[in-house]
Design a protein around this ligand. Structure first.
Ligand SMILES: NC(=O)C1=CN([C@@H]2O[C@H](COP(=O)(O)OP(=O)(O)OC[C@H]3O[C@@H](n4cnc5c(N)ncnc54)[C@H](OP(=O)(O)O)[C@@H]3O)[C@@H](O)[C@H]2O)C=CC1
Ligand SMILES: O=C(O)[C@H](O)COP(=O)(O)O
Length: 483
């Protein structure tokens, strides 16, 4: 299989350990968001192919689970090495396919190799426990409970477009280390990157059939995958609407959902402005705001609002705008529909009298970084996740008001609090409804061994390396009843 996305390639699906054309005879054209042309084709896999991949995965899983942890780990260590060896090629695919700056795409690949290696080490060092029967009233010393972790079977890993390598591997690696087989459904826009990542895994000689990669539009094969009786656990990262849909489709299947966010930055009147400005800039605008953990609203105390807005304006106007090939911070959004959506939010805010500080300029799907001040609660941008480079500023009178508006959101992924008074910051942090609160730093998922979770519409269950291994395995309890 050719591996240079600059040649127009039809990529194969990875089914039961073989690179195959789908029997559907159909392919999906992948458009580059900034080259604005087709860069390759991927297979539209059929339901029969899904059935067959899942049947084979169950057989392969039984053998895989018999391997020792270090034997499983050796495959994954090799995978990490292969990813690093191919990092330039994979990063080029990520750049061309999802429009991420080349350097950031390379960082994503290297971060993924680190994540895989850490996952191996974590799995090697996770221990079960033994329980004494006489620890409970009336219990007997001769009863000993042994608690081990057992795999679940076949894990369905569904990834979004924005971190097509890292957010896929953060599901695949723990699933494999826990002794499971995997069915991997990449985001359609992200499939070429996903395929290249699996090419690297295939090079390790992974047992055939243990992992299959089923490309195809979520709207076409998504429900079939999710409702399949052969799937034993689903790990999904993507939008809240899709996640909500999935949670309705599944029943009695363990499900981890990492969904959208509307992460607020709460800037108090005693904030270190240098820290607040640099964290908000980086948090809100890197990769054009196409991060679930991007800062998506600022709730600033009115005493320092003028200074913050003026400093943000200065920094925004310095941002590089253009092509991911030049490592611009602001790059074209994933597609025209997304850019129309972001523009709609800007237009709505301006129609309702938000103050445009800078931005509101557009070339096709390239939206220039936009700062809106005096945003009020009747504006859609106050509540809706744009997934683009637009930052609304809401002025507040007190910490209490900031907390109240922060918590009115349906989302609860992360939040940032900026204050030089650690007692005050901690008091606010404990009242904000979010999976993680960052004090004096930007909202972000990494480092990848930290627990990562969203509350409310931002998710269900916990990721992060340790927690992903836990969610992809179950307790197996064996009780010894000695004579
Ligand atoms: N909390 C977190 O950890 C993260 C959350 N996100 C969120 O993801 C969103 C952006 O990613 P995006 O890719 O657009 O999200 P989507 O929800 O559109 O897609 C995510 C994945 O779900 C698939 N899918 C679509 N419909 C179905 C279905 N019915 N059944 C099963 N799978 C389906 C998609 O396939 P296809 O591409 O073929 O449609 C894709 O693989 C943002 O809201 C962002 O906040 C992103 C990263 C991290
Ligand atoms: O979309 C996402 O955004 C990622 O999970 C964010 O990862 P990061 O915060 O580490 O960039």
């Amino acid at each position: 299989m050719a591996s240079n996305v600059s040649e127009l390639t039809t990529y194969m699906a990875y089914l039961e350990g073989e690179w195959k054309k789908s029997s559907s005879g159909e392919t999906i054209a992948i458009q580059s968001p900034y080259l604005r042309k087709t860069i390759g084709y991927v297979q539209a896999v059929t339901q029969d192919e899904v059935d067959s991949a899942i049947t084979t995965a169950h057989k392969a899983q039984k053998e895989w689970a018999k391997l020792s942890l270090s034997e499983r780990g050796a495959y994954l260590e090799n995978w990490a090495d292969e990813l690093v060896k191919s990092s330039e090629d994979i990063a080029t695919a990520v750049m061309q396919e999802v429009g991420k700056g080349f350097k950031d795409a390379q960082k994503e690949v290297v971060r993924t190799a680190d994540l895989i290696r850490y996952t191996v080490q974590e799995a090697l060092h996770m221990h079960g426990e033994s329980l004494k029967g006489d620890g409970f009233p009336g219990g007997d010393q001769k009863k000993i409970g042994i608690v081990e972790r057992a795999p679940l079977g076949v894990v369905l890993a569904i990834a979004p477009f924005n971190y097509p390598v890292n957010l896929a591997a953060s599901k695949i690696a723990p699933a494999l280390m826990a002794g499971n087989a995997v069915l991997f459904k990449p985001a359609t826009q992200g499939s070429i990157s996903g395929i290249k990542m699996i090419e690297a895994l295939d090079k390790t000689g992974l047992p055939k059939g243990l992992l299959s990669l089923t490309t195809g539009r979520g709207s076409v094969i998504g429900d079939y995958l999710v409702e399949h009786k052969g799937i034993n656990m689903i790990s999904f990262t993507g939008g809240s609407a899709t996640g909500r849909h999935l949670s309705k489709q599944t029943a009695m299947i363990p499900l981890v959902l990492e969904l959208g966010g509307k992460d607020p930055a709460l800037v108090s009147d005693d904030a270190d402005m240098d820290v607040a400005v640099s964290s908000i800039m980086n948090g809100a605008f890197s990769y054009s705001g196409q991060r679930c953990t991007a800062i998506k609203r600022v709730l600033v105390n009115e005493k320092v609002a003028d200074e913050l807005v003026s400093r943000l304006k200065t920094e925004i106007e310095k941002l590089t705008v253009g092509s991911p090939e030049n490592n611009s911070t602001i790059v074209p959004l994933i597609d025209d529909k997304s850019a129309d959506f972001v523009q709609g939010l800007i237009d709505d805010a301006l129609a309702k009298n938000a103050t445009l500080i800078t931005g509101n300029k557009r070339k096709e799907n390239l939206i220039y970084p936009t700062l809106l001040d005096h945003v009020t609660e009747d504006m859609d941008i106050a509540w809706i996740e744009p997934f683009g480079p637009v930052l609304p500023v809401i002025r507040v009178k007190s910490d209490e008001e900031a907390i109240e508006i922060a918590n009115k959101s349906e989302f609860g992924l992360q939040a940032s609090i900026f204050s030089q008074d650690i007692d005050r910051a901690l008091a606010v942090a404990r009242q904000v409804e979010a999976g993680t609160v960052q004090i004096n730093g930007r909202t972000e998922r990494g480092p990848d061994h930290f627990p990562f979770l969203g509350v409310k519409a931002s998710g269900m269950g916990v990721q992060g390396i340790h927690n992903s291994i836990l969610s992809m395995s179950r307790e197996r309890v064996t009780v010894l009843n000695l004579k």
